[in-house]
Design a protein around this ligand. Structure first.
Ligand SMILES: [Fe+2]
Ligand SMILES: [Fe+2]
Length: 251
């Protein structure tokens, strides 16, 4: 290996080791995804250090109940500030008289951004909740990912001004987003996904706090909480909830 490559690998290894924090005599490993987001393509399996790896609850994070509910994830895992965006959007949907299940859709539309993975958030979010909600709700969340980028004057939805600030005036959505938009337009649930965009509220009054309790009834009626607790049940997304409970499990 040339010297500069050696140095680069060494530097990445050092960083990796810095980032593996010792904790109650255990080593916390990080998924490659977290490293990639830092621009790094390195990780170690954590072998050969003479210490055990963290498996199980992470004492740095709030303890979760044995049988966690959706509300427990809101309170104990999701990012504190951004969660207001979900509550405010659902609040607006309620004021606008959307059907209850779509109020739930608005409450959960960015659940991936606030709690899991933000890239392709509509897809991750839809997958996460799919086993527990009406099909129309997860469909709408999946497709708001694409519809966000396209105006619909018929419901007064313009191209979001903040996207010009965030992504630049010349930003063009990726081809798969364009294709998804075309597919969504033909679908019977198009307007449900569109309503998520219409009620997607960023410019809310920061002094008005909407509480999660306001939606307990809506959640109760339209989100099938598993009796074993989210993550302990046996659905195609249970592992995703478990990963949110214990994001630094070594395996
Ligand atoms: Fe979104
Ligand atoms: Fe949103």
């Amino acid at each position: 290996m040339p010297d500069d490559t050696n140095n680069m690998v060494q530097r990445a290894d050092d960083l990796e080791h810095q980032q593996m924090k010792e904790l109650e005599d255990k080593i916390v490993t990080k998924s490659l995804l977290f490293q990639l987001a830092n621009g790094l393509r390195t990780m170690t399996f954590g072998q050969g250090t003479g210490k055990q790896l963290l498996m199980g609850d992470d004492p740095r994070l709030p303890a979760m109940p044995q049988k966690p509910t959706l509300q427990d994830f809101f309170r104990l895992r999701f990012a504190v500030g951004p969660t207001q965006h979900l509550l405010q959007s659902a609040n607006l949907a309620q004021k606008n008289g959307l059907p209850e299940k779509m109020v739930l859709g608005c409450l959960l539309h960015d659940i991936a951004v606030c709690g899991f993975i933000r890239a392709d958030h509509g897809y991750w979010g839809a997958q996460l909740i799919e086993p527990y909600v009406d099909e129309e709700v997860s469909w709408a969340i999946r497709y708001h990912q694409a519809l966000r980028f396209y105006p619909d004057e018929s419901v007064g939805y313009p191209y979001p001004e903040n996207y010009i600030r965030m992504f630049g005036a010349d930003y063009v959505p990726a081809p798969y987003i364009q294709a998804e938009y075309e597919r969504a337009k033909q679908h019977k649930w198009y307007m449900s996904a569109r309503q998520i965009c219409v009620n997607d509220l960023y410019s809310f009054d920061p002094d008005v706090k909407v509480t999660l309790e306001q939606f307990d009834d809506v959640i109760g009626r339209h989100f099938k909480q598993p009796k074993e607790g989210l993550g302990n049940d046996n659905t195609p997304s249970s592992h995703m909830w478990r990963t949110m409970i214990r994001p630094a499990n070594a395996l």
